[in-house]
Design a protein. Structure first.
Length: 393
């Protein structure tokens, strides 16, 4: 607010007064008042204006000039409502030159925004805009801010885009406003375009990389979401556990389990991802999907010891079965059943039966397959095993 007040004092100069229809007496008093304001002596300036205003009220031009000066002084003291009243009084006379009136309307819009009274700010802004010949980029940005506050996004967006197009150099806060407006309207495709520009201008802003990845994910452009987040990781922008796990999950979603596992293992080693049962399970499953069974078994076993979940012991049983480590497979199948929380217990009975058969315990294998046959999901396969074993007798 003080920046445009300084501009007021420059524009509202002695030359302006001299060019008007001020009496010599009023001209001299206003010159002194302006000097006081230039020195920051606003209280004294206001006292003198209070004495002068009643004496010039019959002369509309002089009265408008005094009220305009009042507005400057009250603005400098951050008494915005009083400044607004003074400017409104000056404008109501319609005695000042058109350029002066126009500039005052813009200042009035800013003062209403400072209160804030956004509706009044919008009205004053539109009145100013209707008469402005070459609105600046800054003025369009101000208008966009006003309409954003009023949640009139369809009016705010064109204005901030115009501001950006007129600017000689990129203003980060303007891009941030445009991005926010697109988010409000759920226009994620346009938001992605804004974020791409923001990353080009400010490549070291970590949050923009993360936001762009998130927007791509929302747009179901998962490959792009992963590419952006992976690049952010390589640049050292991902530090929090949640962010690192997002990257891991994107790799898994894109069926790239090896990279997911490598990141999980690396970040657990340095402590940025905790070695919880849940995280160890994810690591084990990633290694399993990558067909790295030794690594998968190690991590799933660690997870199973922490979580004691039947499904983890079942996955271990399957890994050991694939590796033809029959006794380990049998032991893990027993642990899976003992946990008592399996969604499909028949899977564990099947693995147990196969392991028992391979180590020569055919009678026990038949018992396990009979148990598996009680479940619809496993019935057919279990009966085939039972038929196969009995056919060998």
């Amino acid at each position: 607010m003080r920046a445009f007040l300084a501009l007021f004092l420059v524009l509202f100069s002695v030359q302006t007064w001299a060019a008007g229809t001020l009496s010599e007496r009023t001209y001299k008093k206003l010159t002194t008042i302006q000097e006081l304001m230039g020195e920051g002596k606003y209280d004294e300036a206001l006292r003198r204006l209070a004495n002068l205003a009643p004496k010039v009220k019959r002369n509309q031009y002089e009265y408008a000039t005094v009220m305009q000066t009042y507005g400057y002084a009250w603005s400098a003291k951050e008494r915005y409502r009083k400044a607004i009243h003074a400017f409104e009084e000056a404008l109501a006379t319609e005695a000042l030159p058109d350029p002066v009136q126009l500039a005052m309307r813009y200042n009035l819009a800013q003062l209403y925004a400072a209160i804030p009274d956004w509706k009044a700010a919008a009205r004053a802004y539109e009145q100013w805009l209707a008469g402005a010949e070459k609105p600046s980029a800054q003025s369009y940005a101000f208008g966009a801010t006003v309409y954003a506050q009023l949640k009139k996004y369809d009016k705010a967006i064109p204005k901030i885009r115009k501001a950006i197009s007129l600017a000689r150099k990129p203003h980060e806060n303007w891009y941030q406003l445009l991005l926010s407006l697109y988010y409000q309207q759920k226009r994620y495709k346009q938001a992605a375009g804004v974020l791409e520009s923001m990353i080009a201008f400010w490549p070291d802003r970590k949050k923009y990389w993360k936001q762009l990845s998130g927007v791509y994910f929302t747009l179901k452009r998962d490959r792009k979401a992963l590419a952006v987040l992976a690049l952010a990781y390589r640049r050292g922008f991902l530090e929090k556990e949640r962010e690192l796990l997002n990257l891991v999950n994107l790799y898994l979603l894109q069926n790239i389990p090896y990279k997911a596992a490598r990141i999980l293992e690396k970040e657990m080693a340095v402590g940025r991802i905790r070695e919880t049962g849940k995280h160890l399970q994810k690591l084990g499953e990633a290694w399993m999907a990558a067909r790295e069974n030794d690594a998968a078994a190690e991590k799933l076993l660690a997870a199973a010891k922490l979580q004691k979940q039947g499904v983890l012991f079942l996955r271990l049983a399957q890994i050991y079965l694939d590796k033809e480590q029959w006794k380990k497979a049998l032991r893990m199948a027993d642990k899976a059943l003992a946990a008592g929380d399996l969604k499909h217990p028949g899977d564990a009975w099947l693995i147990k039966g196969m392991a028992q058969y391979e180590i020569g315990r055919e009678d026990k294998a038949l018992h396990s397959f009979a148990k598996a046959a009680r479940y619809r999901k496993n019935k057919r396969q279990a009966q085939q095993w039972i038929g196969f074993i009995r056919g060998q007798s």
